[in-house]
Design a binder for this molecule. Structure first.
Ligand code: CA
Length: 230
């Protein structure tokens, strides 16, 4: 599976480049935005795993953007790290109340930033310490590659397993077929979009026994979503 996606919202090109290079070197996929408007356009196409948000931006401030992200049902759960200058630190601690998960003060080292990102991603991850993910009794073991429903083993192929693992670790978000191809299939493999539908069908079939096929939902005109809420 590919690395996590980070949306970086920062108006200073030098900092943006430095952060972007460090993150990409560490295996992250980085989307770059210079202000809130650009960030919103990127967010309309899909959700990142985490957002790095500069405090001082042209137009809406990082804090205003954070509040708006927390109000929106779609972006509500995406973890946010605020990037601040030393003088803004005190205000930013208040920002933590408005839904920012952590903050890093400039100047920071890329290593420090990446450590904070990893820590936050771990906290936000639905994977338990023993490597399992549980969605309402549907349990996927990322170590042994087994899936069970109410304690009973479910059989599925390796692609269906990867697809389910991706879904269960990225619940409640809609992914297009293209995005799923990017995230679940290996880069460079030539697969058509309708292949996604074939494997979705097989996955639903495998989940049917426990009544869990309902969690793999079709979102008309957009793609698919995994949801434990019916
Ligand atoms: Ca700035």
């Amino acid at each position: 599976m590919r690395g996590e996606t980070i949306l970086l919202v920062e108006d200073e090109a030098a900092i943006r480049e430095m952060v972007c290079m460090a993150l990409e070197r560490d295996g992250f996929v980085v989307w770059q935005a210079g202000d809130g408007g650009e960030a919103n356009r990127l967010l309309a196409d899909g959700l990142p795993d985490l957002i790095l948000l500069d405090w001082m931006l042209p137009g809406a401030s990082g804090l205003e953007i954070a509040r708006q992200l927390r109000r929106d049902e779609v972006t509500r759960k995406v973890p946010i790290i605020m990037l601040t200058a030393r003088s803004e630190e005190e205000d930013c601690v208040r920002g933590l109340d408005s839904g920012v998960d952590d903050y890093v003060t400039k100047p920071f080292s890329p290593r420090e930033l990446i450590a904070r990102i990893r820590a936050l991603l771990r906290r936000a991850s639905p994977v338990e310490a023993d490597g399992t993910v549980d969605a309402d009794g549907l349990v996927l073991d990322t170590h042994s590659h087994r899936v069970s429903a109410g304690g009973r083993a479910l059989e599925m192929g390796p692609t269906e397993f990867r697809l389910l693992q991706f879904f269960m670790t990225h619940p409640e978000r809609v992914y297009s077929r293209t995005q799923l191809l990017d995230m679940v299939w290996s880069r460079g493999s030539f697969v058509e979009e309708r292949t996604v539908d074939v494997h979705i069908r097989r996955l639903r079939k495998a989940l049917e026994e426990g009544g869990y096929d309902r969690m793999v939902q079709t979102v008309r005109g957009a793609g698919y979503r995994f949801s434990a809420q019916s």
